[in-house]
Design a protein around this ligand. Structure first.
Ligand code: HAM
Length: 446
């Protein structure tokens, strides 16, 4: 039987070319080299602190985020990509699924699902991957963005509640940012108290807000009703003098939370990690208890948080698991890239060396296959090699070679027969003859 021909694609000149969806973008070379550098450096530092990698699904049951991040947060109430999955059978209810807006909830879900607490050891897990929030896109804020994060979680008997864990994570982050080459970061630190401190503070806040609410921006007026803690996050300059008058959470911490915070600060002092206590740092997720923190970079503009995190001692129980206190963070990889790019531009440094070691120019189409063989030899010796095109005139080969590589290796009939290669270094202009057997070694010398 003859098969129907497949759809024939015709060029439709009336149609606009399809673009990446709003808030998403393509990452292209050479920028992707910077991404790889950031990821590789993070993996190296995490390994030194004995973290292992976890990879959780990109989508989860919607309830997971509602019960952890919190129904009233901006993330859950406005920013999630949620859909009803098709029911498997007519009798079944369709399941609501959501693209993960963050990764902590998924990690804690996996911790519970795989009974990792039963090992009796602290679980130290890191992740690298995309997250999705339907925010208004701007510089440093995207709808698909990338986080590099880590969590330390375990039963209390494993020491998961210790303030030393908070300090160790913060000290690791200071080391990681230094190794990434991020200059001039600032660490803001606060305690949002225990699960019992918070309601007392929220009551006091609501009381104080009754008076000033009419003078605040429309967003804050809404937050007074839905989530009064969020008023402290307000960035509107006109609101700041009023917000300054609100009670501070530090005044509502119970004795245990006060001791915990003092011990975190003392351990950071001992390590020489600088920090600034910011009583207004409450963060946009509901699961936090006690320590919260953000590392910021002034060069980033409005979206200045390089990373954020904190302790979440009740999160496991909130999603149906055993008691498993934890602490973690997530870095915005997009913002690390922006910061490093800006630093490099201001230092006039070139992008990570993306030039190949050599460009092999076959002089004529007859030499192409042998030029491919030479490229194979050099690449197997570990060199970065671009292969030219035998149809190019020599002038064009030089022009293209100059854009792609540090040197050009001319490969004509004469070179093929004599096994003596002609190599030109673009920077110095020097032209040399090198026997083929010594070529790889010669090109390795920069
Ligand atoms: P978060 O503060 O929502 O915390 O996000 C952490 C970081 O992700 C931010 O500081 C920022 O660098 C980056 N980020 C967030 N949203 C965007 C966006 N739309 N575009 C670009 N970058 C963004 C969390 O996600 C928590 N899960 C962190 C955590 C881990 N807490 C405990 N463990």
């Amino acid at each position: 039987m003859r098969r129907q021909p497949a759809t024939i694609y015709r060029r439709d000149t009336t149609m606009k070319a399809i673009q990446a969806a709003r808030g998403t973008r393509d990452l292209l070379p050479p920028e992707t080299e910077l991404w790889n550098h950031i990821e590789a450096t993070s993996r190296r530092v995490f390994a030194r602190y004995c973290f292992g990698e976890i990879r959780t699904p990109i989508f989860e049951d919607t309830q997971l985020f509602a019960r952890s991040v919190g129904e009233e947060t901006d993330i859950v109430s406005k920013e999630m990509y949620t859909w009803e999955d098709r029911a498997r059978a007519q009798s079944e209810k369709a399941q609501s699924l959501t693209l993960r807006p963050e990764n902590t909830a998924g990690v804690v879900r996996a911790y519970i699902e795989h009974k990792l607490g039963e090992t009796g050891l602290l679980q130290k897990l890191y992740y690298i991957g995309p997250q999705f929030r339907r925010e208004r896109p701007q510089k440093g804020r995207y709808r698909q963005f990338y986080q590099i994060g880590a969590e330390v979680i375990g039963p209390t008997s494993a020491g998961s509640e210790s303030p030393l864990r908070d300090a160790e994570i913060l000290e690791m982050l200071a080391t990681l940012l230094d190794e990434l080459g991020i200059a001039e970061w600032k660490l803001y630190l606060n305690s949002v108290g225990s699960a019992s401190d918070r309601p007392r503070y929220v009551l006091a806040l609501q009381e104080a807000l009754k008076e000033i609410a009419p003078k605040l921006c429309a967003d804050c007026q809404r937050r007074v009703q839905t989530n009064p803690l969020r008023v402290l996050d307000c960035k509107i300059p006109e609101d700041q003098p009023f917000i300054e008058t609100l009670p501070k959470i530090a005044e509502f911490l119970d004795a245990d939370s006060q001791v915990h915070f003092a011990q975190v600060c003392a351990a950071l002092d001992a390590c020489g990690v600088p920090y600034i206590v910011n009583p207004r740092l409450v963060r946009g997720l509901d699961y936090y208890t006690r320590t919260t923190f953000e590392f910021v970079h002034t060069g980033l503009g409005a979206q200045n948080a390089l990373l954020g995190g904190g302790r979440y001692d009740g999160l496991s129980e909130a999603i149906g698991g055993p008691k498993a206190p934890g602490i973690g963070f997530a870095m915005g990889a997009d913002r690390l890239v922006l910061t490093l790019q800006a630093q490099r531009e201001s230092q006039n440094a070139t992008a990570i060396a993306s030039l190949a070691d050599a460009y092999i120019a076959p002089l004529g189409e007859a030499q192409q296959v042998q030029a491919l063989v030479l490229a194979r030899e050099l690449r197997r010796a570990g060199l970065r090699v671009e292969l030219g095109d035998g149809s190019f005139r020599i002038k064009k080969s030089f022009e293209i070679g100059n854009r792609l590589a540090r040197r050009i290796v001319l490969f004509g009939e004469e070179e093929a027969q004599s096994s003596i290669m002609t190599v030109k270094d673009f920077a110095s202009g020097a032209q040399t003859k090198i026997p083929r057997a010594e070529l790889a070694q010669a090109l390795q010398q920069r």
